[in-house]
Design a protein around this ligand. Structure first.
Ligand SMILES: Cc1cc2nc3c(=O)[nH]c(=O)nc-3n(C[C@H](O)[C@H](O)[C@H](O)COP(=O)(O)OP(=O)(O)OC[C@H]3O[C@@H](n4cnc5c(N)ncnc54)[C@H](O)[C@@H]3O)c2cc1C
Length: 452
């Protein structure tokens, strides 16, 4: 203890029972050896931890769902991890059409709480991702063409700032900070404790689909998907996954907020391609539809490490880009490696790029690729493969998604935030001028203009 501040909450120091479990992230490659974990039970615990860390000159990391996809973001050697995963209340206000979720919730928990009550909440492709991280970076997934990004639905936040003060940001107070929280990325402005979202009524039913092809048909499917997915009904959201040549296949999955007959008709441009090995298209009650897309996914048993990189495209991959994709898939190891595309457009485009920190709104699709490994001796090769592929694809892609970061990107401010980066730096200078919350690729405070 220094400066009279004590750590409060559930505290686990290096060497304590529970330390090994505490430092386990979704991706083993991101596990580190922090000095101490504080599992905060309320905003006061968070505040004490921030003040303690500053007094003791210990680097700080925030953590919610443990799904960070790059190193040194939600854990750091010798630092303090302020873990807010125990703060997982959910308060629905039906009259207002809002929900307040503690940052410790997983996205699946929020979705599965609201769906049986008849409400829709956007989600991605994994139920165990924390709302803490997914919201702050944007939050992309199959409902985004209808209801926008997760962050487009964010209307208020509570956070603890670099001085340990609890701050509220919404349209009336600290509105710049709310703007920055909608896509500015986790960890930059403080430790968030609660999020308030607007929610909408869900339809009573939705149609889900999964269509699979053998790996060697990926080029035909990719071409058809890219010419169809961004332009079909905005009530239809879909992703395309292409696994590694070694053991992978091709999958188109998603949902349509409408009836099965219409979904079958809309899907025809892709189902008619090649020879699908299976095609499941089924109308289900809405809450069963989201359970189909977000099945249970045990968070702490995941074994693969991964390097990801992400970008956007505003025209279909030409043959040269498809050749680069093929080379990557041929070289990447079996396991989780692959390419992933998500359809853009619809509600995302209806928000101006400068209306929130999330800038990249005019794309046709989002694309990410990742190389996975089990043996740490394969890490370097896989990381290099992903970064080399980014260089090769550069003429055909632009930007990058802060929630799927790649620390190989040098001009990361522009790549993650486009023209919004200068404003994010200004807000950072106001909220955290001493750059207490800093980590690889964090937002740097703008330099104060010299008084003349
Ligand atoms: C299997 C998997 C599937 C995914 N699918 C999708 C998807 O479909 N759509 C999508 O948009 N993204 C997806 N992602 C990416 C995901 O959105 C990011 O990895 C996100 O940052 C994870 O948030 P977290 O809270 O789980 O992770 P954490 O590791 O806890 O945190 C991630 C980052 O956010 C910061 N952070 C976390 N909580 C707070 C807080 N309370 N206050 C301040 N900063 C905080 C951390 O410091 C860190 O920088 C996926 C990731 C994985 C591993």
């Amino acid at each position: 203890m220094r400066n009279g501040v004590r750590l409060t909450g559930r505290i686990i120091y290096q060497g304590d029972p529970g330390y090994e479990a505490a430092r386990k992230n979704w991706d083993p490659h991101t596990d580190r050896c922090p000095k101490v974990f504080v599992f905060a039970q309320n905003a006061k615990d968070v505040s004490n931890a921030v003040i303690w860390a500053k007094a003791n000159d210990v680097p700080i990391r925030a953590r919610s769902g443990r799904h960070s996809l790059e190193v040194d973001l939600s854990q750091v050697d010798g630092g303090i991890v302020i873990d807010v995963s125990d703060m997982n209340s959910i308060t629905l206000n039906k009259k207002e059409g809002t929900v307040i979720a503690g940052t410790g919730n997983t996205i699946g928990r929020v979705v599965h709480t609201l769906a049986p009550l008849g409400y829709m909440f956007p989600f991605g492709d994994s139920p165990t991702v924390g709302v803490g991280g997914i919201t702050l970076g944007g939050g992309i997934g199959p409902l985004q063409r209808t209801v926008g990004l997760v962050s487009d639905n964010l209307i208020g936040v509570e956070l603890v700032d670099a001085n340990g003060r609890v701050i509220i940001a919404n349209a009336r107070q600290n509105s710049d900070l709310l703007w920055a929280s909608k896509g500015g990325g986790g960890g930059n402005f403080g430790i968030y404790t609660r999020y308030k979202y607007k929610i909408r009524r869900a339809p009573s039913r939705a149609t889900v689909f999964t269509i699979e092809w053998p790996w060697n048909q990926f080029e035909e499917v990719l071409k058809a998907w890219q010419r169809w997915a961004p332009f079909t009904s905005t009530r239809l959201g879909t992703y395309l996954e292409i696994g590694p040549r070694d053991g992978g296949n091709v999958t188109v999955q998603g949902l349509y907020l409408g009836c099965q007959r219409k979904a079958e008709e809309l899907l025809q441009p892709v189902t008619s391609v090649g020879t699908p090995t299976s095609a499941f298209i089924r109308s289900l009650p809405y809450s069963e539809a989201v359970t189909y897309l977000l099945p249970p996914d045990p968070v702490l048993t995941h074994r693969f490490s991964n390097q990801f990189s992400s970008a956007y495209g505003n025209q279909p991959f030409p043959d040269k880009a498809i050749q680069i994709t093929r080379k990557f898939l041929e070289k990447a190891e079996a396991g989780e490696s692959g390419f992933f595309f998500l359809s853009w457009g619809g509600a995302i485009e209806n928000v101006k790029p400068t209306d929130s920190a999330f800038f990249w709104r005019d794309a046709q699709y989002y694309v990410e690729w990742n190389a996975s490994w089990l043996d740490h001796r394969d890490a370097e090769r896989s990381i290099e493969l992903v970064r080399h592929t980014r260089k090769k694809l550069q003429p055909y892609i632009y930007g990058s998604y802060i929630n799927v970061p790649d620390q190989g990107i040098k001009n990361y401010g522009e790549e993650y935030y486009g023209a919004n980066y200068p404003r994010l730096r200004q807000i950072k200078a106001e909220v955290d001028p001493q750059n207490v919350f800093n980590f690889p690729q964090s937002i740097k405070p703008a330099r104060r203009r010299e008084d003349c």
